[in-house]
Design a binder for this molecule. Structure first.
Ligand SMILES: Nc1ncnc2c1ncn2[C@@H]1O[C@H](COP(=O)(O)OP(=O)(O)OP(=O)(O)O)[C@@H](O)[C@H]1O
Ligand SMILES: [Mg+2]
Length: 458
């Protein structure tokens, strides 16, 4: 019978939610694994500092592990902060009774610099935990401490990984590259006498919890049945997204976003559904809309939420746009991401000022529409294409970005309607902005005097 993969984290709690069991459980959930937690230590922590540490008695740590193993079962586990020699010894001895794969993140120091492992505990880690490890995941400083080798380059990391595996009898060791300088962040795996590198471009982002979320992701993928190298590959992809789309909270080291490998896909579905509903709405009032469809056709687009909206590929619209067809409108293709470049750029520009405005559509300009916008209490702004700096005209999409930017700056907010009155060979046009595509379509219908009955609300 198919059942959900189960993973256990044995680690400390980070009250700030960015690292520790909090990061581990979010990672398990995001990767489709049922997560369980045995808390070793309670830290009073935020993105800036660790204020207090209160260790859980070793027998209570052991009791948490036994409780879940005996009832729920464990397909893979990880350890994080183990805090002191007493906890390490009890946990190490207990884990020897079970045979599930164990990922050991030998956490010693928090991102803020605070020590998370008492000095006497390093020895205990080597004696009781590392020999039981399926994989050990030290960062540069931890690998230096465990191996006694200085690490400056990938080659040093290789030597350290091998030495840690040989010396402590760990099945496999991956020395992480976050703190090893270079254009790429390279993690070096040593397993069964061989090395393998896992590399990703070094990026900007959020780093609180990288180590926790990375080792949790490896444990999650092992729980799902992946082999070691496959699991690491998936975890590497996971952590790179989690760093890139990190949560910009707090005044210190901002936390990684373990949902980054799940959320964009879920949001893609929501966006497609919303644009579909907007298109249905426009079609329902097709006769009223048709006269407002410009020569270049109409489109209605919606972006993924911030921070996932980073290029035109993260904005969905109608492929082939919406055109006039006799006295109504025709939708020329399916709804897809990357279908629009022009309007997509308008939305991305608006989102940089106010991330709530994720959708837009375009229609033919008319003075009546602008007058009605004012009477409906909508925010209106404009730009004059003839004032565009010439060097932008030759840049693909330059005009849109500049125009929307200019119109937003003019009123100090993202307007509901931006218009321009045309230029040589360019039709006068309006862009209607909304929090979603249905919102933008509804605004257009009100602007052209359609009375929308109770129907497809938002
Ligand atoms: N700037 C970066 N760009 C891309 N990947 C990175 C970056 N920094 C770290 N990583 C990756 O994140 C993962 C965690 O590595 P890191 O060396 O930061 O762990 P850590 O120091 O234990 O983290 P923590 O301090 O959260 O415990 C590794 O896969 C590493 O390659
Ligand atoms: Mg770490």
């Amino acid at each position: 019978m198919a059942r959900v993969p189960r993973a256990l984290t044995i680690a400390g709690s980070d009250s700030g939610g960015g690292a520790g069991i909090e990061a581990d459980l979010k990672t398990f959930a995001a990767l489709g694994v049922y997560g369980m937690a045995a808390v070793t230590s309670i830290t009073a922590q935020n993105t800036r500092e660790v204020r207090a540490v209160h260790d859980v008695p070793p027998e209570i740590v052991a009791s948490q592990i036994e409780a879940v193993v005996e009832d729920i079962g464990v397909d893979a586990a990880k350890t994080g902060m183990l805090s002191n020699a007493g906890i390490i010894e009890v946990v190490g001895k207990l884990l020897r009774k079970y045979d599930f794969p164990l990922v050991v993140d030998p956490v010693m120091v928090a991102k803020s610099g605070a020590s998370l492992l008492r000095p006497d505990a390093v020895e205990a880690l080597g004696k009781y935990i590392l020999p039981r490890a399926f994989l050990v995941t030290p960062n540069r400083m931890e690998a230096e401490r465990l191996s006694g080798l200085a690490i400056r380059h990938v080659n040093d990391a290789k030597a350290a990984a091998k030495k840690i595996s040989d010396e402590y009898g760990a099945n496999a060791v991956i020395v992480k590259g976050g703190h090893i300088a270079g254009e790429f962040s390279v993690d070096v795996l040593y397993v069964e006498g061989k090395f393998r590198e896992f590399s990703a471009p070094r990026i900007e982002g959020c780093f609180h919890g990288t180590g926790c979320s990375f080792s949790a992701a490896i444990a999650a993928m092992i729980a799902r049945g992946h082999g070691l190298e496959d699991a690491i590959e998936e975890a590497k992809r996971h952590i790179t997204g989690a760093i890139r789309y990190g949560h910009k909270v707090g005044g210190g080291h901002c936390p990684v976003n373990p949902m980054a490998s799940l959320e964009p896909d879920a949001e893609r579905w929501r966006v497609i559904q919303n644009v579909k509903r907007a298109v249905v709405l426009l079609k329902r009032y097709g006769r009223a809309v048709a006269p407002h469809v410009p020569e270049v056709h109409m489109n209605v687009v919606m972006a993924l939420p911030w921070p996932y909206a980073d290029d035109v590929g993260s904005v969905a619209g109608v492929v082939g746009r919406i055109s006039r067809a006799r006295d109504t409108i025709r939708v020329n293709g399916p709804i897809a991401f990357g279908a629009s470049r022009h309007l997509a750029r308008a939305v991305l520009t608006a989102m940089r000022h106010d991330a709530r405005y994720r959708a837009a559509l375009n229609a033919l300009y008319s003075k009546e529409i602008i007058d009605r916008a004012a009477s409906l209490g909508l925010k209106v702004s404009f730009y004059d294409r003839r004032e565009e700096p010439p060097h932008l005209k030759s840049v693909e999409g330059g005009t849109v970005g500049w125009g929307v930017e200019t119109a937003i700056k003019r009123i100090g907010a993202v307007p509901d309607v931006i218009y321009h009155e045309g230029d040589w060979g360019k039709e006068p046009m309006i862009n209607v902005f909304g929090v979603d595509a249905v919102d933008a379509a509804t605004k257009l219908l009100r602007l052209i005097g359609v009375h929308i009955g109770r129907g497809p609300g938002r």
